[in-house]
Ligand binder design. Structure first.
Ligand code: PMV
Length: 323
């Protein structure tokens, strides 16, 4: 019997990935750029046990079955194959942020699982190998392995598509103020959504320009140029949602209050507040701002009708083992 426990943060993508070039290997259609979210985390314990006849998955104290369990077993099979191990495992995981809060829990979940699972299986993987492994569970999980601001490379080969840190968490005091407008579980998650990306006539154009946007975003981030950063982050989010909305069947994740927040942010920025918005596969809005403006931004967001609550997160560290 061997066990390990790990912790990882979710992340918010400034340059998004949407669509896979290889669905089984979860090779992303384009490279992406993100920030880990400190304070929000998944903590996961994995125990391999020769006495067990099947894998067990307990999430936030609830026994999981169906699709959630199937996805976990598929991932553990990859770990077992790497470690030449046959034992089944018990996986117990906790998120400290509410489910359906508009934060992709799959990123922190599979990053923590990759680290705890590989360690418990007797593997000693470096950051690159962990990032490659986490990607197999969820593309964005690859970005939750390294610290701070992270770039995820798209590539044709499995061994070339992984994430690296481009700047540590203390590089820039950005805050993600997450304006929660709905706590409902989304109907089409990202795994199903990626499959639809190529049905949109805009996906080719979005992917073709992604490297250039990533370059601009990276430069703005490294130079701490908020105005340039804000423009490219909002453009990239809009392009992804244009693809989603024009897929067949269409994916429309926004609620009226989503658009209301986006318009408020544009107005506030034109008045001098350093804030911009980005939206994932859900209706909640991630408002990225400079730390000194974050109390003002969060207070203003709470006053917008339809905003249920606002969560805030600073740039976060890497996935880590817990003793
Ligand atoms: O990692 P996945 O399969 O949950 O996909 C993430 C997709 C987005 O969150 C919408 C964009 C991104 O790059 O994080």
């Amino acid at each position: 019997m061997s066990e390990a426990t790990a912790r990882a943060h979710p992340n918010i993508a400034f340059i998004k990935y949407w669509g896979n070039s290889n669905q089984d290997l979860r090779l992303p259609a384009n490279s992406s750029l993100s920030m880990n979210l400190a304070g929000l985390q998944s903590e996961t314990k994995v125990r391999f046990d020769s006495e067990l006849s099947e894998d067990q998955f307990i999430l936030n104290d609830q026994n999981q079955s169906g699709e959630a369990l199937k996805r976990l077993v598929t991932f553990l099979d990859i770990v077992r194959a790497k470690a030449s191990l046959d034992d089944r495992a018990t996986v117990a995981s906790h998120n400290n942020f509410p489910a359906g809060a508009g934060i992709a829990s799959s990123a922190s979940a599979f990053a923590a699982l990759a680290l705890a699972g590989s360690k418990a299986a007797g593997l000693d993987l470096d950051e690159k190998a962990l990032s490659l492994l986490a990607r197999r569970g969820s593309g964005s999980a690859s970005r939750s392995i390294p610290p701070g601001f992270v770039e995820f490379h798209a590539a044709e080969k499995d061994e070339d598509s992984f994430s690296i840190s481009i700047a540590p968490p203390d590089h820039w005091a950005l805050i993600d103020c997450i304006a929660v407008v709905s706590e409902e579980h989304k109907k089409t998650g990202s795994t199903g959504g990626h499959l639809l990306a190529d049905t949109s006539p805009f996906q080719i154009t979005r992917v073709a320009g992604a490297d250039e946007r990533l370059k601009q975003c990276k430069q703005a981030l490294l130079e701490r140029d908020f105005e340039a950063f804000a423009e490219v982050v909002e453009l990239d989010s809009n392009l992804m949602h244009a693809v989603m909305m024009s897929s067949q069947p269409p994916l429309l994740y926004w609620q009226p209050s989503t658009l209301d927040i986006v318009q408020h942010i544009r107005q506030w920025r034109s008045e001098g507040l350093a804030a911009c918005s980005t939206i994932d596969a859900g209706p909640n809005v991630h408002v990225i701002c400079i730390e000194e403006d974050s109390t003002e931004v969060a207070t203003r967001l709470e006053e917008i009708p339809g905003v249920i609550n606002v969560l805030t997160a600073k740039p976060g560290g890497p996935a880590e083992l817990i003793n």
